[in-house]
Design a binder for this molecule. Structure first.
Ligand code: C2E
Ligand code: MG
Ligand code: MG
Length: 738
């Protein structure tokens, strides 16, 4: 039989046939039975062999299936309806981070991330009650962080069981999230983003690209960035950009592009090249920000920093810069530079009387005229207030600069129309020249300023070139100011008193108190110099208050001695008049010194009253009400109008010495003095003449009916002790010759 087994089927059949023939020929009948038996036996053998072979194949298949099941890339679980693991493959055990033997019998829910259990039970219910598969994603804690598994389950043939396939989708999920995030970043980025191919063909743009450039993605894709070229940069610029990009892998810088609506705008652009694994350029990534608003801001800041807000002219900073540059050029080219310092005459007047709005409009109009008056390349700037400077580079001589200055002065003095007002402004211009009057910008500016001051002193509305003497004056002023400050603090002043006389009767009317600065051992400085300085520096307030107090004390002392001195006149500055609480200060002084207010006269100069003290009338009224008399000092020098004079609560006019000086020679002065006297009479004001030095002057005034006089003819201002002698013994010459 063993041999039989080794034979194949066909051979066996052949042998059988042979056998049959043998039987047929030899012992046909007897052997028929044996033959049948044998045949049956062989058939059984054959069946047996098939069975074994099939069984073996089945075993082999089962092994193969077990391997496939265990090592499948997908995890498999069999779960019951409560989620207890009945069976698992190796992959499932790995995915769930457990030994396979531990898994069986374990509820899957215990392996889940917290908060996921509801999802699992829902999943199982759905899978068990429906036909087909059901998919859910669940999170499982793992040794290296959370794992996201995809569960696909379907009901098993065994009722209440379900088969579940597990797939690890952690990476894919993370990648998805990253992709979505990137997409959102690109979509919501404020910067425009553009991706091109290596040939610069635009492949992708983001929404910010569309809003910034005005081109939709559809319009831009397929084009090249040339679409955005503004023509602002030359081909060299782009060549450099690309070569830098190739060399370093990136380029960044400011670039001017053109939007779809043709507007040209600046952007800050970063381009980087993206290479593939082989190192070949795959893409270019361009990210840009529209910086036009920063540019506008920069422009505005620049304007604010370098230009005057009112007139739009360069300010001091920019002017100094240009001056320095002009000087550097001039130094190199051996040229001259002229500097004009211009100040409007009586601008304060206009500001105070017509208001600051008109004042501002006037300054703007003046700025416009100045711009017309200069050439291109010259600079007009406003330093502040009504001060302007003009820089004229490339001058040959000082004459040229003087000519320009005159031209500007004339241009400004033409009527300026401002709404209903027609304004006439004049200006004073100082001129300094590089290198003649200064090597450096600062000294030139100072010297042009000093020259302008001189122009003012000379009567305004004029041009003045600088001379060294002016600076000496300015330096002296500076050191004098310091000394004055100390003198005021330490009360280094005294008062002199000058009699005011009724020349008809030879009677003393009063005394004017005049400040003196003794400065022992030093060069004398008179009130004509230190009073204006005190006015400018504000020192006049303490000085004036001191003078008032001292004069009142002295006068009261004389009254107490029974001396007849008439009234006491004290000079009072406009600054004091403006000071808040000045009335109280005067009241306090009167109370402290015990002086009768009727004995006090305050002298206020005409120019002060005219130079913009709008509150003067009411302030003076208040003094009047206290019983104090007011005299208008230096009358005739300050252009008061009759109307204004009438409005002021004053009792007396003091004719300025300058009109008396040349009497009786000067016919004009005679006429003016006669007019003032007549006018004062008309307005019901007393009148007193200052600076009477000669008999002729006295006689002329008496003839005109002016009896009150003051001057060297009667007495110089004297210290208090000498005045006392005079009061006791009035000189004969006070009396007119009989
Ligand atoms: P002012 O108030 O007009 O005083 C008259 C000035 O003329 C005084 O000059 C006086 O000395 C001078 N003077 C008087 N008679 C004659 C004369 O016949 N011939 C000449 N050539 N001059 C005469 P002074 O003392 O130099 O004062 C000058 C100015 O300084 C004063 O002019 C006054 O405006 C101011 N001043 C003086 N003291 C004070 C003060 O205490 N306070 C204020 N605010 N100003 C003062
Ligand atoms: Mg006076
Ligand atoms: Mg005077």
């Amino acid at each position: 039989m063993a041999d039989l087994q080794r034979m194949d089927k066909a051979e066996l059949i052949r042998l059988l046939k042979l056998n049959q023939e043998l039987l047929a020929t030899n012992e046909r009948d007897e052997k028929q039975q044996l033959h049948d038996l044998q045949t049956h036996q062989i058939e059984l053998e054959l069946q047996n062999r098939d069975l074994r072979e099939a069984q073996q194949a089945l075993e082999e298949a089962r092994d193969r299936y077990a391997d496939l099941y265990d090592f499948a890339p997908v995890g498999y679980l069999t779960l019951d309806q409560k989620g207890i693991i009945l069976e698992s493959n190796l992959t499932a055990a790995i995915l769930l981070g457990r030994d396979r033997t531990q898994l069986t019998g374990k509820p899957l829910v215990t392996l889940l991330e917290r908060g996921e259990s509801t999802m699992l039970f829902h999943h199982l219910r759905e899978a068990l009650t429906n036909t087909g598969t059901f998919v859910t994603w669940l999170k499982f804690p793992g040794a290296d962080g959370l794992r996201i598994l995809r569960l696909e389950s379907k009901a098993d043939v065994e009722p209440g069981h379900c088969r579940t396939a597990l797939l690890d989708v952690t990476e894919q999920r993370l990648a998805d999230r990253r992709r979505r995030l990137t997409e959102q970043v690109f979509d919501y980025a404020l910067e425009g983003i553009m991706v091109t191919g290596p040939d610069q063909t635009i492949e992708w743009v983001n929404p910010a690209f569309e809003t910034t450039t005005g081109y939709s993605a559809r319009e831009a894709v397929g084009q090249t960035p040339v679409l955005l070229h503004s023509g602002h940069h030359d081909s060299d610029f782009y060549r450099r950009m690309w070569s830098e990009l190739k060399e370093n892998g990136f380029w960044k810088g400011e670039i001017w592009n053109r939007r779809k609506d043709s507007e040209i705008y600046p952007e800050w652009l970063n381009i980087s090249s993206i290479r593939d694994d082989a190192g070949d350029i795959e893409h270019y990534l361009g990210i840009f920000a529209d910086i036009s608003s920063q540019h506008h801001l920069k422009e505005r800041l620049h304007k604010l920093a370098y230009y005057d807000g009112l007139t739009g002219l360069p300010n001091r900073g920019l002017f100094t810069d240009r001056l320095d540059r002009a000087l550097a050029h001039a130094r190199r080219d051996n040229q001259r530079v002229a500097l004009l310092f211009l100040d409007l005459d009586h601008f304060k007047h206009i500001n105070d009387s017509l208001g600051h709005r008109i004042g501002d409009d006037l300054l703007t109009a003046v700025a416009d005229r100045l711009k017309i008056g200069v050439r291109e390349g010259d600079t007009v700037a406003r330093l502040g207030g009504d001060e302007f400077v003009i820089l004229l580079p490339g001058q040959e001589t000082s004459l040229g600069a003087l000519e320009v200055a005159h031209k500007i002065k004339d241009l400004l003095s033409e009527v300026i129309k401002m709404g209903e007002h027609e304004l006439l402004v004049t200006s004073s211009i100082g001129i300094a020249l590089y290198p003649d009057d200064g090597e450096e910008g600062e000294s030139l500016l100072q010297h042009a300023d000093a020259a302008m001051y001189r122009a003012k002193e000379k009567g305004r509305n004029r041009c003045q070139t600088y001379s060294k003497l002016m600076s000496d004056g300015a330096n002296r002023r500076l050191s004098l100011e310091q000394e004055l400050r100390i003198a005021v603090r330490d009360h280094e002043f005294t008062l002199a008193y000058q009699p005011q006389v009724d020349a008809a009767e030879g009677r003393l009317l009063g005394l004017e108190a005049l400040a003196r600065w003794p400065r022992e051992g030093k060069e004398p400085v008179g009130p004509d110099e230190f009073i204006p300085l005190a006015e400018e520096t504000g020192l006049i307030e303490p000085l004036g208050q001191w003078a008032l107090h001292t004069a009142c004390t002295q006068a009261q002392a004389w009254y107490n001695k029974g001396l007849q001195l008439g009234s006491i006149a004290v000079n009072f500055s406009g600054h004091q008049l403006c000071r808040e609480g000045f009335e109280q200060q005067i009241t306090d002084t009167l109370i402290e010194t015990g002086l009768d207010p009727k004995a006090l006269e305050l002298e206020i100069t005409e120019s002060v009253l005219m130079d913009g003290y709008p509150n003067a009338p009411s302030a003076l009224s208040a003094l009047n009400e206290m019983g104090i008399a007011i005299a208008m000092d230096d009358f005739g020098t300050g252009y008061s109008s009759l109307a204004y004079l009438k409005r002021l609560p004053i009792q007396r006019l003091k004719i300025d010495r300058s009109f008396i000086m040349d009497i009786p020679e000067d016919k004009d002065d005679i006429a003016i003095t006669m007019t003032i006297i007549a006018m004062a009479r008309h307005l019901g004001l007393e009148v007193i003449a200052e600076g009477i030095e000669t008999e002729a002057q006295r006689d002329f005034l008496l003839q005109q009916g002016c009896r009150a006089m003051q001057g060297y003819f009667f007495s110089r201002p004297l210290p208090a002790d000498e005045i006392e002698k005079l009061l006791l013994n009035p000189p004969n010459r006070w009396r007119t010759a009989p």
